[in-house]
Ligand binder design. Structure first.
Ligand SMILES: NC(=O)c1ccc[n+]([C@@H]2O[C@H](COP(=O)([O-])OP(=O)(O)OC[C@H]3O[C@@H](n4cnc5c(N)ncnc54)[C@H](O)[C@@H]3O)[C@@H](O)[C@H]2O)c1
Length: 436
């Protein structure tokens, strides 16, 4: 099958490469010349474990190509996946500008029947808007299908190749058959391909992200209560998760969720609700709790060192919104660092993958160190903001030798409080009682 993927970012590239991996002929298209040039050069423009090797192999075997010629890509493909960004608009809704631009481009370029698929996360009703645009720009027949993507950055290749489920929104029996065939190689262990109407498919993506965000905010809210009440959220989490009705996934307390999906998707769903005269009270609270949680560590730093942080040197480990990615979109670390710098602190930071993104984000506002330990020299505090594996078991003796005052703010509860206190550190976690 000839497949065109329009938008070659985290989702488009992974999906395009995944389809090529099962034997299809795929062209990944983008308007960003530099991105396409980088890809043609055999490099991936962002950090995603395992992706570069897979791309290289599929390019070498002639199944995967990259182009900025979107019109030609449209003409040559039977199925077109739209995987462009749907960032947060000014009122919180998903900004559909890129999606509708692509629909127009497809409509103008198509020279025969096409299946147009939204992989981008789009609000309920978007497929109808795409169909409208296509109807205005072409007389050729088309189907508009919703096929939301559930991959997570950092494990995207694995998620795409072995998804928990595939959601396909369509009313056409022919499209159903074609998608059953397209995805059959990915569901050999009987994970389901769920066919449904287009609107339910569009809604499913937001519902899933909203649920995951809810679990995180629920735990953060509870963590703050644990702290006040002298309980330890790490133990409470274990006790809760062992209940099979609850499970352990997404119960880690921390410094709030970030990234390119949860924050904007929660707000877009709230907007959709408002447009339909509904008030999603739980989700409103999820967003509020998350915004407050990003500043939780700053409050702790201020409580320890005072409102004015002039002359306080803070080391930050971890800048990406989560481990195994260089994505810093809506990363809590950015909010924390901005707040600390705003209070006069001197910030030195390190991340195993996001140093380029960090240089673009912060400019010369903070100092970036190429080695984690280098940030610690004469530091008054260390903040751990992302749970990269390499931060889990550091050389504490070395850390203590470097810091001016050995104070650790553990935003991800990576360390054992008793052990650290035993080693002479002042330890502050999330939702854990202070020293007894
Ligand atoms: N990143 C994730 O983990 C993830 C997971 C699931 C779903 N999603 C959804 O998938 C969509 C894409 O997300 P992403 O993170 O891959 O975005 P991204 O920003 O990494 O990539 C989007 C790409 O689209 C390109 N583009 C924009 N306008 C275009 C146009 N008119 N024609 C061709 N290309 C164009 C951009 O140049 C960019 O390369 C979003 O709706 C997002 O919510 C993302």
């Amino acid at each position: 099958m000839k497949i065109g993927v329009i938008g070659s970012g985290y989702v488009g590239l992974v999906a395009g490469t995944g389809f090529a991996e099962t034997g299809h002929q795929v062209c990944c298209l983008d308007v960003d010349d530099r991105k396409i040039a980088t890809l043609r050069d055999g490099r991936v423009p962002f950090y995603e474990p395992g992706l570069e090797d897979l791309i290289r192999r599929n390019v070498r075997e002639g199944r995967l190509s990259f182009s900025t010629d979107v019109d030609a890509g449209v003409r040559e493909s039977r199925i077109l996946f739209i995987a462009v960004g749907t960032p947060q608009g000014e009122d919180g809704s998903a900004d559909l500008r890129h999606v509708l631009d692509v629909a127009r481009t497809i409509g103008q370029a198509m020279d025969g029947p096409k299946i147009v698929v939204t992989k981008s996360t789009v609000p309920v009703g978007t497929a109808d808007r795409i169909a409208e645009v296509l109807g205005e720009t072409t007389s050729h027949p088309f189907d508009v299908v919703s096929n939301p993507e559930f991959l997570k950055e950092g494990d995207a290749v694995n998620d795409f190749l072995k998804p928990d489920r595939i959601i396909v929104g369509t009313d056409s029996a022919e499209v159903r058959e074609l998608f059953a065939d397209l995805y059959a190689p990915f569901v050999r262990t009987e994970n389901p391909i769920l066919f449904m109407d287009v609107r339910s498919a569009e809604m499913t993506k937001y519902a899933a992200n909203a649920m995951l965000a809810t679990r995180i905010s629920f735990m953060n809210d509870l963590a703050n209560l644990c702290e006040a009440a002298g309980a330890d959220i790490a133990l409470v989490r274990k006790g809760m998760g062992a209940d099979r009705r609850i499970g352990y996934a997404f119960l880690f307390p921390g410094i709030g969720y970030g990234g390119s999906c949860f924050p904007k998707d929660v707000r877009a769903l709230l907007r959709t609700a408002a447009e339909h005269g509904r008030d999603l009270k739980i989700l409103t609270a999820v967003d509020e709790v998350n915004e407050a949680q990003k500043l939780r560590l700053v409050e702790k730093v201020v409580a320890r060192f005072g409102e004015d942080l002039t002359g306080t040197r803070v080391a930050v480990w971890g800048l990406s919104f989560k481990p195994r990615t260089d994505d810093m979109r809506e990363a809590p670390a950015v909010v924390i660092i901005d707040a600390l710098v705003g209070r006069g602190a001197e910030v030195l930071a390190f991340d195993p993958a996001a140093m380029d993104s960090a240089a673009r984000t912060f400019g010369d506002k903070i100092m970036l160190c190429q080695v984690g330990y280098h940030c610690l020299k004469n530091a008054d505090a260390l903040i751990v903001a992302t749970e990269w594996n390499e931060f889990r078991r550091p050389d504490f003796e070395r850390i203590q030798g470097l810091m001016r005052t050995p104070v650790i703010f553990d935003g991800r509860n990576l360390y054992n409080p008793e052990k650290l206190r035993g080693l002479g550190f002042e330890y502050h976690g999330i939702g854990r009682p202070g020293p007894r």
